[in-house]
Design a protein around this ligand. Structure first.
Ligand SMILES: Nc1ncnc2c1ncn2[C@@H]1O[C@H](COP(=O)(O)OP(=O)(O)OP(=O)(O)O)[C@@H](O)[C@H]1O
Ligand SMILES: [Mg+2]
Length: 260
């Protein structure tokens, strides 16, 4: 069975794509068969981090009826990338039928993958909510600042009210150290659980890092960079390890790799 994991946030620019790509690469290196769906249609950029030339994107499935096999890119890092396509206005306004088509088109990967990581767009849009809810588990990237807390809260609230998702996992990015990361997590959890009966799990944290900041220019995910700081090696390993262990949550609506 494929385990699907959404990486979401609410606020933009908090490190979703960095986390999604690095975890996908790490899990692949750990021996899992990994797929990465870049569902940030219109502004997809996972392929840049992976230095992957794109032949076709999800847009071509919808527009040209192209077979999904032609959209799956075997990357040099070993994982299978399903790119979202950049600057395609059509995809920014996908209706739910098209989202369903995209989710169902991945069914052919059912026997090839152990894990599907889904990089979602920022904001509590229909697209980010539906692609997140279609996954077995949702990971929210949080940074220690009020706007990130507010937007993550709105996103979790929407997932809970619209899709009945009552468990989310948290990764704190740009934390000073483990203690500060856990403190941010604890205060966020307090806010969320005060108003919503949502269960939360701490999955791990990442410090501010030159290796991550420079990875777009280097076109190489941090986890593949030589002489990666030990703290990043350790923390990415921990997050990846925890990712495969998160329990699948129930939700209403369409799911990846199911018949719904
Ligand atoms: N821990 C970190 N240390 C340093 N830079 C980081 C870190 N995490 C992310 N960044 C940088 O912050 C920027 C935004 O990161 P990223 O693209 O991963 O965020 P995102 O949440 O996917 O953004 P968007 O909402 O636009 O999709 C990138 O330039 C990235 O390199
Ligand atoms: Mg992104």
């Amino acid at each position: 069975m494929v385990r699907s994991i959404a990486i979401a946030s609410g606020k933009g620019g908090v490190g979703k794509t960095s986390l999604a790509v690095n975890c996908a690469v790490k899990l692949n290196a750990d021996g899992y068969n990994v797929g990465l769906l870049d569902a940030d249609f219109g502004m997809a950029n996972s392929h840049i981090l992976l230095n992957q030339k794109i032949e076709n994107s999800v847009n071509d499935i919808l527009e040209k009826n192209l077979n999904i096999e032609k959209v799956i890119h075997e990357t040099s890092a070993g994982l299978k990338l399903i790119p979202g396509g950049s600057g395609v206005l059509e995809l920014l306004n996908l209706n739910s039928k098209k989202r369903w088509e995209i989710i169902r088109s991945l069914d052919v990967l059912k026997n090839d993958l152990d894990i599907l990581v889904v990089d979602t767009p920022a904001g509590a849009s229909d697209a980010s909510i539906e692609f997140s809810a279609a996954c077995d588990a949702v990971v929210i990237v949080l940074v220690p600042e009020p706007t990130s807390f507010m937007d993550a809260y709105s996103f979790i609230k929407a997932l809970f009210l619209e899709k009945k998702i009552d468990t989310v996992s948290i990764v704190v990015n740009l934390a000073k150290n483990e203690k500060a990361a856990k403190k941010s997590y604890d205060s966020f959890k307090k806010i969320v659980t005060k108003f919503l009966s949502v269960d939360m799990k701490f999955l791990g944290w990442l410090p501010e890092s030159k290796a991550i900041a420079g990875s777009i220019v280097a076109r190489k995910p941090a986890v593949l960079q030589k002489s990666l700081e030990p703290i990043l090696q350790k923390n990415f390993a921990e997050i990846a390890n925890n990712l495969v262990k998160v329990d699948a949550v129930k939700s209403s609506g369409v799911k990846f790799f199911s018949n719904k």
